[in-house]
Design a protein around this ligand. Structure first.
Ligand code: C2E
Ligand code: MG
Ligand code: MG
Ligand code: MG
Length: 288
């Protein structure tokens, strides 16, 4: 189409592409420095039991506040880190800091779980299982307090063969680590993967939940998916729940857990401690 539009147009596109390539190289350089300059930090978003509003876990979400660029969203820098291979270093940093937070929570008497996003590229690394175990043990936490979230696209993208994914995830679950399939419903949503990979929990992507408001027959649709996942003996988390109406529908459909702004945005460490102290009584009326 650039060709059809004429010579000048074509030049314009290549120029844009070149700029983007340069910006990427520049940002990857900044990300390397970000680690040393303390520009990275984690925030924590609770996942709660839909029946009684109890906090079952906190999901660790990475933030980058660059001194020169301002806040850069993970949707922008995580793919860059994956492409450049820097994700392994970033991933280990995230794991260490999330474990450190979990250690503090345990010391305060909270016995829940911390869920960490793991890129399929990380899982594909030869020493992934050994390395992660070493970090968790060094932090002095037992494995039941750790969960990993991995997107459903992990095998389809050809990043890791199915047998290897099954093998590694089985090793992790055998240790007691909780495994969630993230963003279910966004990619190809293979029923084979759903059945064969040893996930404990399936996270229904926000794009599904958003449609509850606009589409009347969606309630039945989501209800059927939840029912199917339960048939496989797995639990369901609804991601990005923002309204009372969505919550009502999800309760009606038998969803197990919810996460979203309706209950809480991602919190700083201090805010998370605060939430555990004050408890969830303020929103208990919504739950039965
Ligand atoms: P995700 O794991 O699916 O995380 C959910 C995203 O939805 C988060 O965005 C969260 O802040 C946002 N969210 C939660 N509830 C609501 C809601 O009610 N409404 C709206 N509009 N948004 C909500 P965030 O933090 O920007 O992260 C985006 C993605 O970046 C994550 O998606 C995850 O795939 C990736 N990511 C974040 N941290 C890490 C990390 O440490 N490692 C890796 N590999 N990926 C990460
Ligand atoms: Mg996640
Ligand atoms: Mg998710
Ligand atoms: Mg998502």
């Amino acid at each position: 189409t650039a060709k059809e539009a004429g010579k000048d147009q074509y030049k314009f596109y290549t120029r844009e592409m070149q700029d983007w390539a340069l910006e990427r190289i520049y940002l990857i350089g900044c990300l390397h420095e970000a680690l040393q300059k303390n520009e990275l930090f984690l925030v924590y978003q609770p996942q709660i039991d839909i029946r009684n509003a109890a906090i079952i876990s906190f999901e660790a979400l990475l933030r980058w506040n660059s001194h020169t660029q301002g806040c850069i969203p993970p949707a922008k820098f995580i793919p860059l880190a994956e492409q450049s291979g820097f994700i392994h270093v970033v991933g280990e940093w995230v794991l260490q800091h999330a474990c450190c937070f979990m250690r503090q929570l345990l010391d305060q008497g909270w016995n829940g779980r911390i869920d960490i996003n793991v890129s399929p590229k990380q899982l594909a690394a030869v020493n992934f299982v050994e390395n992660t175990c070493a970090v968790i043990q060094k932090a002095g936490i037992s494995f039941q307090h750790i969960g990993f979230e991995i997107t459903e696209s992990l095998c389809i993208a050809g990043i890791i063969p199915l047998e290897e994914a099954v093998d590694k995830l089985s090793q992790l679950t055998a240790l007691g680590i909780h495994i969630s399939m993230d963003d279910f419903g966004t990619g190809y949503s293979s029923l084979t993967l759903l059945d064969e990979l040893p996930f404990h929990t399936i996270k229904l992507d926000k794009s599904f939940i958003d449609k509850i408001e606009t589409d009347a027959h969606r309630e039945n649709f989501i209800g059927s998916i939840i029912h199917m996942i339960h048939t496989l003996d797995k639990k369901v988390v609804a991601e990005g729940v923002e309204t009372e109406k969505q919550l009502e529908h999800l309760q009606h459909c038998g969803c197990d857990y919810i996460q979203g702004y309706l209950f809480s945005k991602p919190l700083s460490k201090e805010e998370a401690f605060g939430l555990l102290l004050t408890g969830t009584d303020a929103c208990k009326h919504r739950y039965r």
